[in-house]
Design a protein around this ligand. Sequence first.
Ligand SMILES: [Ca+2]
Ligand SMILES: [Ca+2]
Length: 445
Amino acid sequence: MSHPRKRRIQRVLALSTAALLSVSLFGCASNDVGHGGAGAADQRRFSALTVGHDVTEDVSAGKKKSKAPVVWAHRGASKIAPEETRAAYEQALKDGADVLEGDVAQTKDGVLIIIHDDTLSRTTNVEEVFPDRSPWNVRDFTLAEIKQLDAGSWWDDSYAGEKILTLREWIAFDNGRAGLAPELKRPEVYPGIVENFAREMRHWGYTSGNLKAKNGAPMIWVQSFSEQALKDFGALLPDVPVFALVSGYTYINGTDEVLADVATWADAIAGNPALSRASQVSRAKAFGLTVIGEVEDSPELIEATVNQGYDVVFTDVPDVAKAQLSGKNPLPHRGAVVIDTVLYDPAGDDIAAEGGEYVALRNTSNRAVDLSGYTVRDFSNNVLSVGNGAVIEPGSRYFIYVGPGTDRADAHFNGRTAGVFNNTVTDHAFLYNGKGIVDIYSYIA
Ligand SMILES: [Ca+2]
Ligand SMILES: [Ca+2]
């Protein structure tokens, strides 16, 4: 019995050698989304199969059409509401996300739940509720204990009472409205997670790449950083498309041999649009792989992702991505104050008295702006305050330091003891006022 993925790659190799195979050979093929190839001669099939839907870019200018990438909401709308809660996923649906992403972990009593970190500390009040249970690893708590935790207050008091969802609650909540992209966490941490998860997929009937959500997106993509987990899962449910997260630039920057190998056991690879080039994206597609961007959040980086030809925009801010893709204003709350720069890797230590990491804001107007109510968050949702009563002068900059120091007319110090901005690959900073996100700054370290 031939493995579907192996069959797929054989087809793709045949395509690349037999230069001009009739498009119609594949054009009306089955809708096996997850195994969609994308050789140059295979474009029509790819368009029909991969995710995409046509958007009209400019009707008045003459019905110019192009395929829009699918938008995956990373941990839900995770820069508006607490990540991986019902609130974040509800917001993502409201924002038009095609696919909801969530991380699958396993409780002490073997229940699959949706949480990103290996510990409960960052995104719940576990340290208050269970003060003696350090280091608060997810795997050391039962579901009943985890359900006692508040998974919303850490983000904002208005989300108090949000709970960590079980995988079943997550799937039932979605109810097929959007596609789902569950990420399997490491089997070394959660023994048996792959088999447990495969049982759940069978329970829901999510056993095929042919399934579509009500919004037209592929119903199910399974992803993992663990190659072994994906191979083991593929052996159990070979028709469910899998996405190899491993090292977002490795595969797309790999040799032809590397891509040919990964295509035998995975249907999609990640790329980092801040580092990749369009030719690398198209090359990976020629191996039959769907190419998914690493998390991209600023309108500029989302635009780059689209222009490089990625199949999926994977983002914390599905509202921004959807607006950017449809030619609307991606940041409708944007005002006079913007993020000018992020000093993520200062000379010397990241944290130093009166120095170190900072975010510089810039006032693009000719009037002073009161910064009351403004905050900055980093990619990991650490919050930086701007300082009570701070004012940014006309045309001037104002510095938000991460570490300790004495506030000045043009600077506020947050007194943190560790840096928050990544010194490697891509990272993002978000500026909020009372209305929402007013600017997003993505950088390549
Ligand atoms: Ca994830
Ligand atoms: Ca740093």
